[in-house]
Each structure stands twice: as C-alpha cells, then as structure tokens.
Design a protein around this ligand. Structure first.
Ligand code: NAP
Length: 321
C-alpha cells in the first residue's frame, strides 16, 4: 500500500480507504463484512470510513465495525485511522438531524459507544446545514477535538463559499480542517473546478467518495442490472433509473481502454481518480473481498499518457451521474 501525507498535516493516509456505507449493516452478511475488514487491514488499508447513519439500520455499521475490531484487531488500534460523521437524519425530533452543536455532540458520543472506541481519528461535519450558523457547527468540531473525542476534523460536501468560511474558522482556532470529503469520479468532476483549489490553499487533503460512481464505473452493469448489485438492492442508494444507457455506452468504451491498459474498468477508474496530486486518497465501497482485491490493484498501474487522458475526456464529454 502507498500512503500520502494528508495536505500539510503529519498524517499519512493510504491511497485507498474502505468505506462502510453499504454492506456492513445488520441487514448484511456479517462474515463477508469481517472478511473485507480483515483483508483490507492485511493489505495496508489502514483507514476505515464510517458515519453515524451507515447501516441499514442506521448505526449498525458502527456497531458491526466495533465488534469486528474488538474480536480481531483490538491490539492494532494505533495502526488505524477510523473516521465518522454526523449531519444527516439519525434520530427523531429536532436534535437528530442537521448540524447543531446539540446534534453533533450527542451523535459523536453515540458513535463512540457503538464502536467501543475512545476517540475517532477524524470526525466530519457530514454536510452543510443552512439553518445552523456555520460558527456553531465549527465550534462544535473544535470542542470535539479539545475534549479528546477526535484527533482531527473534516468537512464533507460543503459548498465552496461555506467551505472557505468554515476552514478559516477552524484554522483561526488551531484545529485546521485536515481533510475535505466529496463525491469525485469520472462521472462527477465538479470538485476539480470547485474544491481542489480551495483545499490546496488551506493545506488540507481531499478524499473522494464513490470513486466508482457506486459501481457504475465497473464492468458490473455492462449487460443489464445483475441481481446482486446496488442498483437491484432495495436499500441501495443507486437507483435503477440511474443506470442510464448513455452512461453505460461510455463505460463500454472506457472498459475497452482499460483492457488495453491491462486493467479492469474499476482499476482504471480508481487510478484515474488518483491522478491529481491534490487527491490524497479514495474511499471505495465493496460487497466482497474479490471486489476489494480488484480495487487495490488500481495502484499497480497509476500512470496515464496525455493521449489516454484526452481520450477519457472525449469519451466522458461532461457526462454526470
Ligand atoms: N460523505 C458522504 O456524504 C459520503 C457519501 C457516500 C459515500 N461516502 C463514503 O464513501 C464510501 C464509498 O462510497 P461507495 O460505496 O458509493 O463507493 P464506490 O466505490 O463508488 O462504489 C462501491 C460499490 O461498487 C461496486 N464495486 C466496487 N468494487 C467493484 C469491483 N471491483 N467490481 C465491480 N463492482 C465493484 C460494489 O457494488 P455492488 O454492491 O453493486 O456490488 C460496491 O458496493 C462509502 O462507504 C462511505 O464511506 C461518503
């Protein structure tokens, strides 16, 4: 595994992290979840990305992760980076959603309890909440660090203007924004224009989520929607109607390029997402160890010629999922 420093910080992150959004909840196969976490760690994937609401049901990915950690990796806590977040709907009433201090403080305590951890390495504000003053959310992050509940803080999905205000607030209080997490893949290139420059200016790292566009940038949907897939799964966040023929036609062409590079489609999509020096790391999801093994192979062939990059741009032609 290769590691890179996260922005100007002293923290190194693996180029590929494992995300527990899908396939790690009580509704999923616990032994497959265990196998993936153990395989990842064996391969040097030291970073595991959680959020309070991952499941289903919400919270259960944190509980399962905690159990797997306790049973198998308890002595390795200092070799790991575990992140969690709060910001989306988690419990009923006015204090279980959004980004108020009340919600963030209660949520991190619940997340620590579920995972059995004493602290998170990175704690994120999961999204910008226009109804809460930005200063309130950021001060909650600062205090979370001061209380020892997280070592570093991050922001996820903040619009550029609010990201700048938030990052200034954090920097002024000596709790700099370690990392910015946003959707980034061949089918979502908005961060290139809107976020990479800001992140670099603040000396933060950038970590991409859904770098495979939830599986669309793999060979999975080339012949329709298979039974065991996120798009076919009732609780999956990829809807059937998002598997659009115009996008699949592009993946067919990209898949051909990938085979010329002796890569799978997934490997090429991940290598491509890492090509910019401002991208510290990618968070991949997986359903089984085979997918994860394939994804880690992306690091074996990371370089693209100028012609290949231009051809990818031509094929994508601004397509968005
Ligand atoms: N901050 C945020 O708001 C936010 C939002 C979303 C995600 N995230 C984070 O980012 C992580 C990754 O997101 P994601 O799961 O959408 O990432 P992704 O890597 O784009 O998609 C993962 C899915 O693609 C399919 N797949 C993966 N590798 C494959 C391979 N080699 N061959 C064929 N299919 C493959 C699997 O789907 P099938 O199940 O169909 O096999 C897998 O579940 C999440 O777990 C979470 O930690 C954060």
């Amino acid at each position: 595994m290769e590691y890179s420093y996260c922005g100007n910080s002293g923290l190194q992150l693996p180029k590929i992290a494992l995300g527990l959004w899908h396939n790690f909840g009580f509704a999923d196969d616990f032994s497959a979840a265990t196998d993936m976490i153990l395989y990842a760690f064996e391969q040097g994937v030291t970073h595991f990305d959680l959020a309070n609401n991952y499941g289903p049901p919400p919270g259960s990915a944190e509980s399962n992760f905690g159990e797997i950690l306790r049973d198998n990796l308890a002595s390795h806590r200092d070799e790991m980076i575990v992140s969690s977040k709060a910001g989306h709907l988690m419990w009923n009433g006015p204090y279980g959603d959004g980004s108020s201090r009340k919600y963030l403080m209660a949520s991190i305590d619940r997340s620590l309890k579920r995972t059995g951890l004493e602290y998170f390495d990175i704690f994120y504000s999961h999204r910008y909440d226009a109804k809460t003053p930005l200063e309130e959310t950021m001060q909650a992050l600062v205090d979370i660090v001061r209380q020892g509940k997280a070592l570093y803080v991050g922001l996820s999905k903040y619009p550029p203007a609010q990201a700048i205000i938030a990052m200034n607030y954090l920097a002024d209080r000596d709790v700099p924004c370690l990392i910015f997490q946003d959707k980034y893949s061949m089918f979502n290139r908005r961060p290139e224009k809107e976020i990479f420059g800001i992140v670099e200016g603040f000396g933060s790292g950038f970590i991409a989520f859904s770098p495979l566009a939830q599986g669309m940038l793999t060979n999975k949907y080339l012949n329709g929607i298979p039974e065991h897939s996120r798009a076919a799964d009732a609780t999956g966040f990829l809807r059937r109607d998002q598997v659009r023929p115009d996008l699949i036609e592009k993946v067919i062409r990209l898949n051909f390029m990938a085979s010329n590079r002796r890569q799978t489609m997934a490997e090429m999509a991940l290598a491509w997402a890492l090509r910019d020096h401002r991208v510290t790391s990618l968070i991949v999801g997986a359903r089984n160890v085979e997918q994860l093994r394939d994804n880690l192979k992306a690091l074996d062939n990371p370089l693209f010629s100028a012609e290949e990059l231009a051809e990818i741009d031509r094929v994508l032609n601004g397509a968005e999922l």
